[in-house]
Design a protein around this ligand. Sequence first.
Ligand SMILES: C[S@@+](CC[C@H](N)C(=O)[O-])C[C@H]1O[C@@H](n2cnc3c(N)ncnc32)[C@H](O)[C@@H]1O
Length: 249
Amino acid sequence: MHPADFYTGIVADLYGPLKAHSQDPEPYADFIHQVGMPALELGCGDGEPLIELRRRGLDVDGVDSSGDMLERLRRRADVQGIAVTVFQQRMEALDLPRRYRAVFLAGPTFTLLPDDATALAALRGIRAHLAEGGTALVPLFTPEPTPAEQLGRVRTASAPDGAELRVSVVDERRDETARTQTTLLRYERHLGSDSTVEERPWTMHWYSGEQFEELALRAGLVVTTVTDTDGKPTPADASGVLHFRLQVG
Ligand SMILES: C[S@@+](CC[C@H](N)C(=O)[O-])C[C@H]1O[C@@H](n2cnc3c(N)ncnc32)[C@H](O)[C@@H]1O
């Protein structure tokens, strides 16, 4: 399965019910207020924070590679009476009719791009979709290995139809040279005698601050600031989620 199709089928079904915490809209609302509109969220998934930003009247479009996630987003927006414009595309092959003052990812979704070549294509796409003077915001982090005692531990949740949903880590491979970690996840859905079980590899690929800045330069972008998630200036090699802002260089 292509990494961009990970959040489909049973994974999209389980994503909402098993999500540990919701995505705080404030850093992204602040970003849009600072740099202007229209705005574009890449990897908008099932609508957090895109739907909340639209509720606040912000002009934000969305892109996601998963039709299943976008279907959930449209359904949730419909129920709340909120109009959304979303496109099913891979961020490494962006081709949209508008240009944007603000392009952002909410959370470190950029690490789902499995290698530098794909990340470079995504950065080139971002550059091509920035309006003059526009700014991009890319959150990045370096994942920790899953602690050994958590292998096989099951997290459960209930689906709206009463089904029992389960997810567990079966195995994990980490490659420090390629900067990738592939976690084999087992997803399960049980309702009465009906059971679906599927194992899927989930790959993350990370960068040092310097490596990311170098890739950005090759895409014609310069990193203008690095902050923590509250907007406080931070060294590009600090731990945790860092917000890299980029402009056309
Ligand atoms: C962890 S989810 C985050 C969704 C949402 N921002 C949230 O917090 O609920 C990551 C999303 O990125 C999408 N995605 C993964 N790879 C992608 C790619 N190459 N291009 C576009 N979207 C991608 C997935 O389909 C998924 O919906």
